[in-house]
Ligand binder design. Structure first.
Ligand code: NDP
Length: 302
């Protein structure tokens, strides 16, 4: 322990899976005294060797620090782990992935037990944690006072991005970003499927073209945002829905020629065609969002 370590605040981390371990290493490397606990005690041993205090129970770990970070499998495990702990006066930061409704319910639950609460969504994989140039960041929502007080510690493992007092927003942003990523993975899978039977096409030579194209198209998101905020879905449109829907036939026919299932493409294409049939051919694809959001007539139960 160095003099520098003595000046830094202690925190507790519950959950030492792949992500929890990466977080723990980042705080230890930054010189923060760290108390850890994990359901399977063996996972704490390498961290003990690096200077972490290992608590025998979750309740003991919670008692050790004012700031308590959780990185567990899911919301149910969070409830189980904290069941016997005294949370009065604690700052609870839950980096366990959950839904917006779970984040809001957990915030109420924490408040009832006398704790301030922040929910978090980690936009990184474990090797990106503690590597400033990796672009990793963590979304936070809930108590602004907690975020401001603890910002220096929260910014150690990854960038800290506060998205609002509503404790559901971190999960909402997280899932929105992951959902967009899922669509990208679907597109990449289809693209490689189209090439697969061609012996003369190298996936490794195609990959930079694909990456460059996706990067060039990514600012599409700004156009959609402008449409949604202005209410004018034709503003700045350079490729309109009528033209793009026409192009769908070429995409589908090429899939057929290459012996590839179009099942990843057709749900989005069906929505484009419905919007076109409703008379919006001069828009971009933003109107698809209207079709999607019309499905929801009631809030899901928590
Ligand atoms: P792991 O599966 O590696 O670890 C899960 C952790 O949860 C372990 O510490 C496990 O304990 C603990 N756990 C599970 N169930 C219980 C329970 N009922 N009671 C007590 N402890 C329990 O997952 P990760 O560390 O990768 O992920 C942790 C969180 O981080 C998840 O919410 C995940 O979505 C999120 N995350 C992970 C990313 C990643 O790439 N790994 C990326 C972004 C977010 P034990 O060791 O005893 O099994």
């Amino acid at each position: 322990m160095t003099d520098d370590t003595l000046e830094k605040s202690r925190l507790t981390l519950l959950g030492l899976g792949a992500m929890g371990t990466a977080l723990a290493r980042a705080w230890l490397a930054a010189g923060h005294p760290l108390t850890v606990w994990n359901r399977t005690p063996g996972r704490a041993e390498p961290l003990a060797a690096q200077g972490a205090e290992v608590a025998a129970t979750a309740a003991e770990a919670v008692a050790a620090s004012d700031l308590v970070v959780l990185c567990l499998l899911n919301d149910a495990s969070t409830g189980e782990v904290l069941a016997g702990a005294d949370l009065v006066g604690r700052d609870l930061v839950n980096l366990t992935t959950g839904t917006p409704a779970q984040g809001r319910a957990r915030a109420r639950w924490a408040q009832e037990r006398g704790a301030r609460f922040l929910d978090g969504g980690i936009m990184a994989v474990p090797p990106m944690i503690g590597v400033p140039e990796s672009g990793a960041y963590i979304l936070y929502s809930g108590s602004r006072a907690l975020f401001d007080t603890r910002h220096d510690m929260l910014a150690v493992p990854a960038g800290a991005v506060y998205v609002g007092e509503d404790p559901g927003f971190a999960a909402l942003y997280d899932v929105a970003l992951l959902s967009a990523m899922t669509g990208m993975f679907a597109g990449v899978s289809h693209a490689f499927a189209l090439l697969r039977k061609e012996k003369d096409v190298s996936p490794k030579e195609f990959a930079p073209l694909l990456t460059g194209w996706l990067t060039a198209m990514a600012p599409y998101a700004y156009g959609v945002a402008d449409h949604l905020e202005s209410g004018d879905y034709t503003r700045g449109v350079v490729s309109n829905l009528a033209m793009m829907t026409e192009g769908n036939a070429t995409l589908l026919r090429t899939a057929e020629e290459q012996g590839v299932s179009a099942e990843l493409l057709t749900p989005f294409m069906d929505l484009m065609e419905r919007r076109l049939a409703d008379g919006y051919g001069d828009e971009g694809t933003t109107g698809v969002i209207d079709l999607l959001t019309r499905y929801r007539t009631t809030e899901p139960s928590t």
